[in-house]
Write a protein that binds this ligand. Structure first.
Ligand code: NAD
Ligand code: IPM
Ligand code: MN
Length: 356
């Protein structure tokens, strides 16, 4: 199979973790006889430095002309003072919007080998952690109007949060379809006791549920959900929620599985073109030190093989390789525990390639 992959290395640890993920894809290509052609494109802070904007049109065009997009992370203190219209993060939001990627899927699964990296009490972790966060990605307050003005002698700021029925309906279908193939439970998370968008969310999700009689739907307020994720994560199968709640809850869900550095994400739209990235950011505090954990990005590459290229065996080969390296006791600093062997980013990548 021959496929085109647009590669966005980005800022901070982005280039380090993407190097390892691309090398893993090369190992898969060599083993299974595929050809992956990469086009390197700029987004985020590095694009601001080179082109003056966080998302050059050439990047959007290259992504649209590719079969999938692999991304590291963008942003960092160097660009904190740039005008808000050209912040690095605006590049990422713009790309998600331009590609129509409305569904962001973030797994929370505790590798059995990482029991000791899980911060929850053993009796909670032992009940199992294996759920999916399905986050709406191109609506809500992220994509509403953001305004700041002078009023009564002081600055006043406004962010608009809006959702249409159709925006809710399409993400609800994604959640129910995923749940059908899993433990058949959807928890829809909202703040319907306060927000109009959440009341609409609840009504539309309940309507969509009618088409999935085998799947059990429950509703939960977001504040309760934040608590339940640490109290008893085994109760969740698929969580579906709006953009900002999903952003916050998915970072929380990541840490109960050991580290934010190990969680991949797939952003999907109507077609086969998907964007694959780890859920974490550019980690400026550890950039350039070869200590970033590349596993989240490597598992994102596995998702890319599965979701965009339909290469099931190849995706499994990458996931099994990660599992074997963890079995052998190798850990990056984020999940290091007693008796294990500490390795850096490059070494972790090499071990996973060799295990493929
Ligand atoms: P972050 O996720 O970059 O880092 C949070 C903490 O987790 C840091 O201590 C970091 O060292 C650690 N961490 C993250 N990834 C790791 C990895 N792979 N291995 C080991 N440790 C890891 O979040 P932040 O510090 O709030 O944000 C930094 C920058 O990244 C900001 O500019 C933010 O806007 C941006 N950001 C970008 C993305 C993205 O590109 N998708 C996502 C989140 C944040
Ligand atoms: C993420 C990030 C982004 C988001 C930022 C960088 C815009 O936190 O992918 O989770 O909030 O969606
Ligand atoms: Mn986030």
């Amino acid at each position: 199979m021959e496929k085109k992959i647009a590669v966005i290395r980005g800022d901070g640890i982005g280039p380090e973790i993407v190097n390892e993920a691309v090398a893993v894809l090369d190992a898969v290509a060599a083993k299974f006889g595929h050809t992956f052609r990469y086009s390197d494109v700029l987004m985020g802070g590095c694009a601001i430095d080179e082109c003056g904007v966080p998302l050059p049109q050439a990047t959007v065009d290259a992504c649209l002309a590719s079969d999938a997009v692999l991304l590291g992370a963008v942003g960092g203190p160097k660009w904190d003072a740039v005008p808000k219209e050209i912040r690095p993060e605006r590049g990422l939001l713009g790309l998600r919007g331009a590609l129509g990627l409305y569904a962001n899927i973030r797994p929370a699964r505790l590798f059995p080998q990482l029991r000791r990296a899980c911060p929850l009490r053993p009796e909670i972790a032992d009940k199992g952690i294996d759920f999916l966060m399905v986050r709406e990605l191109i609506g809500g307050v992220y994509f509403g109007e953001h305004r700041s003005e002078q009023a009564d002698g002081q600055e006043k700021a406004t962010d608009i949060m809006a959702y249409s029925e159709e925006e809710i309906r399409r993400i609800a279908h994604v959640a129910f379809r995923l749940a059908e193939k899993r433990r058949k439970k959807v928890t829809s998370v909202d703040k319907a006791n306060v927000l109009a968008t959440s009341r609409l969310w609840r009504r539309v999700v309940a309507e969509v549920a009618q088409g999935y009689p085998d799947v059990e739907l429950s509703h939960m307020y977001v504040d309760n959900c934040a608590m339940q994720i640490v109290r008893d994560p085994s109760q969740f199968d698929v969580i579906v929620t709006e953009n900002l709640f999903g952003d916050i809850l998915s970072d929380e869900a990541s840490i109960i599985t050991g580290s934010i550095g190990m969680i991949p994400s797939a952003s999907l739209g109507g077609g086969t073109l998907g964007l694959y990235e780890p859920i974490h950011g550019s980690a400026p505090d550890i950039a350039g030190t070869d200590t970033a954990d590349p596993i989240g990005t490597i598992l994102a590459a596995a998702e890319l093989l599965r979701d965009s290229f339909d290469l099931m065996e190849e995706a499994r080969a990458v996931e099994d390789a990660v599992s074997r390296v963890l079995d052998a006791g190798y850990r990056c600093g984020d999940i290091m525990s007693e008796g294990c062997t500490a390795v850096g980013c490059r070494e972790m990548g090499r071990l996973i390639r060799e295990a493929i």
